[in-house]
Design a protein around this ligand. Sequence first.
Ligand code: WTA
Length: 634
Amino acid sequence: MHNRIESVEQYKSSYHSSLNESESYWSKVADTFTWKKEWNSVTSGNFEELNVKWFDGAKLNITENCLDRHVQNHPDKIAIYWEPNDPSDLAISFTYAEVLEQVNKFSNVLVENGVNKGDRVCFYMSMIPELLFGVLACARVGAVHSVVFGGFSAKALAGRVSDCKAKLLITNDQAYRGTKIIPLKKIVDEAIQGCESVEKVLVFNRTGAEVPMTEGRDIWLNDLLAQASDTFRPVEMNAEDPLFILYTSGSTGTPKGLQHTTAGYMVWASETFKNVFQAGKNDVYWCSADIGWITGHSYIAYGPMLNGVTQVMFEGVPTFPDPSRFWQVCDKYKVSHFYTAPTAIRALEACGPEHVEKADLSSLKVLGTVGEPINEDAWNWYNEKVGKKKCPIVDTWWQTETGGIMISSLAGVTPSIPCHATLPLPGVEPVLVNDKGEKIEGNPAQGNLCINRPWPGMARTIYGDHERYRQTYFSTYPGKYFTGDGARRDDDGNYRITGRVDDVINVSGHRIGTAEVEDVIDEHPEVVEAAVVGFPHDIKGQGIMAYIIPKNTNDSDNEGIFELLNEMITKDIGPIAKLDRIVLANDLPKTRSGKIMRRILRKVAAGEFDQLGDISTLLNPEAVESIIEKVKAQ
Ligand code: WTA
């Protein structure tokens, strides 16, 4: 039995053997799972050929590891405490045996509605238990799930559904989100017009709203589940069969469908959860993310379930009915392990100390953060006000592409250091490189963060475009996976992530590609040219700012352009990509070859006017003065 890492010495020796005796290390880890057939080789392939495989030849079903084996050992243990948006509504809990029943029913529904092994099934739902059951049911029948966050627009949903050619789309009538109601089914109806692959839409009745149902296409999921059998034989999958596709934004082009496979992802989600959080048998874990993001995949749907842990699943938002909600939920369920994003911490801190003080948080043992760099002030507040200085904080660095946590302290085992992700997990070999791609040896160091060798949880490809996968992540620094992040390493080898070094903006922990936003802005008939950059934002981490050259140079003619652009962005991408600021410029600084100098635009947006570097080689240095004036005047 491969145990959890419980001391610094054990971390050091595990880390060492994970890299130097990789095969035996990972085969011991894998031995703790349920397999239908053992692997032929633990690991094969490399970044050059981009043919990475883990546990190749093995057969398994990940849900047997999430559910069946726990049902054998502790059927009546609570798996999920589901907390509804409105605290006065009925909260529901499910034991491991009950989750298995629900997942079996859902699996039968999928198969009865034509889903076969390998088919893609898209979810556009809110955080209700059926989303979790549906995702696991896909894995049980061998279908590939693709969850789209319920905050994306119809157009964004359509793009994702069409890209992965989903056969089935599953949604709910409407979603409760704080005081708001999101008309999910209506958005689906709008999205689906251009999605030829979709044969059926299953609709879960959450709010009881009257929604139009298209004859022959739309079916109430509640009815199907009520009639379905609660037994289902899990489909045997190959280790490298795809498990899910999840879309994320990059610096160029349309969102990319990162594809993760079964066995390696399972091992990674499970091991990282176990070692980082150190949740015990009677602990209650709560990750406040949405299943629409990778954090919700790895640390709600899979990691905790693989470890047989009790967890809270939350439908609502941190500020409804008031900003004490997160802490009330921690109090209500006696949460011991709480995992959230820095943006939520900052937003709740800004609401005043009375909210966090009125809840009893004595059950908390471990706090986690993810999604963006955490600033010192937010770290201290989390540590003092929430953790009462007795809870280690795990600052977990990872990405949609990495499948699970890569760099983090292990709660209570290796030291937490404010604002530092700290040390790589077993199997992770981080390297810092300079802009020429040369490895920076020694400490301290600062550079572009790369990973030097394959790890089990890494995405295997971009769905339908392996070449794009190579181009995006493996061509900048050949032989290495480039993360797009910058990092510093201190004297003791601890990593501190400094943020994206590419054209990705991290807004409230959500990745927004500048090119995607620019594409929408360029559609506006009055826009000649636009450049979008991120700037420091107190609550969101980064805000979005657009420099725009309008056709009309007369300012009064451009009134309302900000609102109009935001309407367009909301329609094409979703409200998360809305602009915080715009600057109407006459010209944008460019290189002699005509490329917009984003570096300068970012500095100006951040108010760092004296750190622009040498601008004399620009095609139009005078453009810099003019945008500085405009920004100063705002
Ligand atoms: C950022 C979220 C600093 C980083 C799991 C990364 C972080 C991007 C941290 C991935 C952290 C994530 N400290 N930055 N602890 N965690 N990031 O794909 O820029 O939504 O590249 O995955 O979030 O975002 P994604």
